[in-house]
Design a protein around this ligand. Structure first.
Ligand code: FMN
Length: 371
């Protein structure tokens, strides 16, 4: 039996195979955060093409947590009916969809400086963010809970807390950004309090049986940042608290981070799976399903990850932007490598209001037309 295409569960959610589309902000929501027919079609294309679980793009739980224009939102009830259309479209095709619950923290839509655990500039270029008061922390934790309740009401099969890549929850985890001296800063237990309390608020709202997972950095890959030892401690706490799975990523956007969340540059086969070493240790130490993301580009690699037990699910982002039918072709015996070269040009249309597509492919096609 082909293990990559065998079904598996996250909590009580059964998924038709081991392939996850990692959260991908599309810039295709309406200006006020509603789901749109174009966004639904983009996601449905993945479900038609055999992706098991789609994790939607970063969805803000609070109006002050928007990362970008045309970002999906879940901060009020009127959003629910159109989100329902999204979940129904995926489930009709046999797919599953989780909502990624996020808050920008200091990576706020410019020019607002945003909020963070302490006052800092996310990358040395942006304005210094404002340090959150305890009341603002409580308000935001509550917003995560309410966002999850709305996601459940809209038919999402589960939710993912975005605790990676230097957004709010990741900023609290990271001693590089978090300089607080109260119960939300200092020791790793204190730095993880925001994430654990957000998880608690979500769990209270959605109940014990609803899948709740987290995306977390294996490390910030920066001196003085969140380390892999920290990551294991936090994952143990999350496991004890009842988390249903962990997606392991890595990197922040700060100048000097040795590895970004989506490193640029074509990956040679031996460079694939750049969170590999951490995954092997995670599987030995932590008892919840592991979703592994980062640089997975070939069928052989994907199936080996599952067969070797390095992870329970493989998670893919950029290759599915260039080839939405990648998983369908692997499923049907065309095992050639993903054509994505990790150039990161896909960020350009997403952040300039054009929506999600492979900019490299578009440039190649337009050149061919003029030749
Ligand atoms: C255009 C684009 C948008 C992304 N949006 C998100 C997001 O909303 N949430 C998130 O956790 N990661 C986001 N990521 C990071 C991916 O989920 C993934 O972790 C990263 O690209 C590494 O996986 P890959 O090598 O398969 O692309 C985004 C990446 C890209 C290229």
């Amino acid at each position: 039996m082909n293990k990559l295409f065998s079904s598996a569960s996250i909590g009580n959610c059964s998924i038709r195979n081991r392939i996850v589309r990692s959260a991908t902000h599309s810039g295709m929501a309406s200006a006020d955060g509603y789901s749109t027919p174009e966004l639904i079609e983009k996601l449905r294309e993945l479900a038609i093409n055999d992706v098991g679980l789609i994790i939607g793009g970063n969805t803000t739980v609070a109006s002050e947590g928007r990362v970008a224009d045309h970002m999906l939102a879940v901060d009020h009830d009127q959003l629910i009916p159109r989100l329902k259309l999204q979940t129904a479209a995926i489930q009709r095709e046999g797919g599953r969809i989780f909502m990624q619950l996020g808050h920008s923290g200091a990576q706020l839509l410019l020019p607002d400086p945003g909020f963070g655990p302490s006052s800092f500039s996310i990358d040395g270029k942006r304005p210094y963010c404002r340090e959150m008061t305890e009341a603002q922390i409580k308000y935001t934790i509550n917003a995560f809970g309410k966002g999850a309740a709305r996601a459940k009401a809209a038919g999402f099969d589960g939710v993912q807390l975005h605790g990676a890549h230097g957004y709010l929850l990741s900023e609290f985890l990271s001693p590089y950004y978090n300089k607080r001296t109260d119960k939300y800063g200092g020791s790793v237990e204190n730095r993880s309090r925001m994430l654990l309390e957000a998880y608690g608020a979500v769990r209270t709202e959605v109940g014990e049986d609803y899948p709740v997972i987290v995306k977390i950095n294996s490390s910030d890959f920066i001196e003085g940042g969140f380390s892999f030892a920290d990551c294991l401690t936090v994952c143990r706490l999350l496991e004890k608290a009842g988390i249903d799975a962990v997606e392991l990523s890595g990197g922040i956007n700060a100048e000097g981070s040795k590895r970004k969340a989506a490193p640029r540059g074509d990956l040679k086969p031996e460079q694939e799976v750049y969170n590999r070493e951490e995954a092997v240790i995670f599987k030995k130490e932590i008892g919840v399903p592991l979703i592994l993301v980062g640089g997975i580009r070939s069928y052989d690699t994907a199936i080996k990850i599952i067969e070797d037990g390095m992870a329970d699910f493989v998670s893919i982002c950029r290759p599915l932007i260039r080839e939405p039918d990648l998983i369908h072709r692997w499923h049907n015996g065309d095992y050639s490598r993903a054509s994505c070269v990790s150039c990161n040009l896909c960020y350009i249309p997403v952040f300039s209001g054009k929506g999600l597509y492979c900019e490299l492919d578009a440039r190649i096609k337009s050149r061919q037309k003029t030749d």
